[in-house]
Design a protein around this ligand. Structure first.
Ligand code: ADP
Length: 260
């Protein structure tokens, strides 16, 4: 509980800080990259100076990336919920995910047999998949398999080991599994903390999973993480199923509910 509280406080503090600073910071960055780009066109620059300008530009781009992450995280976005078929979400970002993970990683998608309607913000769920795929790619530098599966699950007692706050009910489950490097216990525990990263400074921001956590919470869902060093990592994201009462209980686990 203490850890959770600390996490919530940290999220709040980061959110406020980010909201206040990131926007202004972005303006400063645009000046840097704007003038940098102009300078780069100057024919009087010798080769070494050209390279130095390139360094400035790529550092500015990197900083812009960080602020974008911060903005995405802090934005207390009013999410617009609408009935969304979870299988359509996966399909809509499929091409994009393939581009993220590259040729050495195989993407396997296994949609549920029926439709899987949840009340969700499509763009936000796409963001969840993009962040997870980016991490999966980083966890599999020598290739592997990224498997995305959808299904339903009846949750009888709160599943979340940590908070125990999740309501029992019908859930749509989005499973994202990789065959990558996995995580040790410490990383597994801290994975959702903003700015927690095990990656080198130029690679990780430590915001990806914090963003995922925020989005899933906003959807009244929860996340379970299973990870084994050198074996891989599986994320199971539970989102309340928007289901018709007409679906018989016994079928609910196998078959998705149609929208009302
Ligand atoms: P970042 O990717 O910028 O480091 P994240 O918040 O996305 O930040 O992830 C935090 C940390 O969690 C990563 O640095 C990594 O150690 C760990 N992690 C996340 N996803 C995976 C994964 N699929 N496999 C192994 N480790 C992961």
């Amino acid at each position: 509980l203490e850890a959770q509280l600390r996490q919530a406080q940290k999220m709040e503090a980061v959110g406020q800080l980010a909201g206040g600073v990131a926007h202004d910071f972005n303006n400063v960055l645009q000046v840097i990259s704007g003038y940098g780009s102009i300078l780069k066109l100057d024919e009087r620059l010798d080769e070494r100076q050209q390279q130095e300008v390139d360094q400035i530009l790529s550092a500015a781009e990197r900083a812009a990336q960080l602020t974008r992450g911060l903005l995405a995280f802090s934005r207390k976005q009013v999410i617009t919920l609408a009935p969304v078929n979870l299988n359509d979400v996966v399909e809509s970002v499929r091409k994009f995910l393939v581009r993220i993970i590259g040729e050495d990683i195989q993407l396997k998608t296994t949609p549920s047999a029926g439709t899987l309607y949840i009340m969700a913000d499509l763009g936000q769920l796409e963001q969840v998949l993009i962040n997870l795929a980016t991490n999966a790619r980083d966890a599999m530098p020598r290739g592997g398999v990224l498997a995305i599966e959808t299904g339903t699950q009846e949750v009888e007692s709160p599943l979340d080991q940590e908070s125990g706050e999740n309501r029992p009910g019908h859930y749509a489950v989005l499973t994202v599994a990789d065959t990558g490097c996995g995580m040790d216990g410490e990383t597994c525990k801290r994975i959702f903390e903003p700015f927690y990263t095990t990656k080198e400074v130029s690679k990780g921001t430590g915001l990806g999973m914090a963003i995922v956590y925020g989005i899933v919470k906003q959807h009244n869902g929860f996340i379970n993480v299973y990870s084994e060093p050198d074996q891989g990592t599986t994320f199971r994201i539970y989102l309340p199923l928007y289901h018709s009462d007409a679906v018989p209980e016994s079928d609910a686990a196998k078959q998705a509910a149609p929208p009302r």
